[in-house]
Design a protein around this ligand. Sequence first.
Ligand SMILES: [Zn+2]
Length: 425
Amino acid sequence: MPRSPKTTVTVRMYNVGFGDSFLVTVTRGKITWRMLVDCGVFPAGQTRPISQSAQMIVEDLAALAPAGSPPHLDVVVATHHHVDHISGFADPAWTRVQVDDVWVPYVEDRDDPDGKILRGELTVAAHNLRGLIATARMRLSAADDGARAKLAVAEVFAVNSEGADPATDRLLGRNDTTFLNKPVPRYVPDRDPAENVIPTTVPGVTAHILGPSRDPNDVKRMKPPKSVAWLKAAADERPADADTRPLFDGVFAVPLSRADPYIPASLRETLASLDLESVSNAEELLAAAAILENSVNNTSVYFVLDVRGTRLVFVGDSQYGAWEHVLNDPEALKLVTDPAFYKIGHHGSHNATPQRYAKEVLGHDHYAMMPFGAVPQWPSIPEGKLLTALEAAGTHVIRADTAEPGPQITVDPQRRWSEVSFTVA
Ligand SMILES: [Zn+2]
């Protein structure tokens, strides 16, 4: 009887800093399948400039390609349009890479009615917020360092939420920017559930697309319920404000009547309480920016790679609304229960891994990778309680910044990446 070939799956986390870039390789006999999940970094927390990281990844792919063949990826996934996930795709090095399939959230699809509305809301809100922040900064007295620092953080959020256009061009194949073979992007999830189970070139290996939800109400549910939050977010601490003053009155050039349909309800409520004459405005703008940041995170592609029964869970930066969409669906819940591997959401922040997931669903003795580099403005990431809960469950957490070699774990001698490997029967 011929021996059936062994299957291995390896996840390599590039040490980009505060950002994601994961190379997943599945090998069975002579077949090799490769997927890259994200390529971006948040500049204030970078290990090296993202162009260097992108070129390093392309060089690695070139070294793996058979002689005379271009660097190749079966799939590129861009989970969501934050710069810390996609900015690296702006680098021209990608022009020489053949990519068979590109997965982006349906929010980026200019021809999708749901996507268009959502994308419009997020983009307009980000632009408007930057305008508000600029105005607030001009009104600050020179001595108000505290408020100035808060505005700087708010601006960072707002810029992040505006997306990275040259990178998006490459992913969508626009403006003469694309990969070697000009792939047409696949917007996920599809409206047809059957299309959301995507086969690979390896027999028995499939990807299940579980998010983002196509229900706009899900995506707009940005604030975590207090009972399951790791911490109370700053945005939750404000009393509900019934103030009905026009949103941008006297502050921003867009009249409320025109801006209103594009602004998510929770952002509108936050901004309605703005009082730009008072010093507290920096706090308010920061809260609004944080809500917008969460909203974009909830557009993340959330998927499970099933390697002949060994499951790997990739959640992008999905936060509460997005997680509940998965955890409340019995079939999806089964797929994310007791996986071999979990890509920790949103760099280990308090609101991106539900307590229920860490304590009850994830199971014991698994591997989790945390793409992380310190950002001075965000000392509360990663969240200590999350790491404690994962540790209590016996999860092997591999941090990009402090990875150590161990069973199944390899760390590049120059610390450019760390890897975890699984052998599948
Ligand atoms: Zn991120």
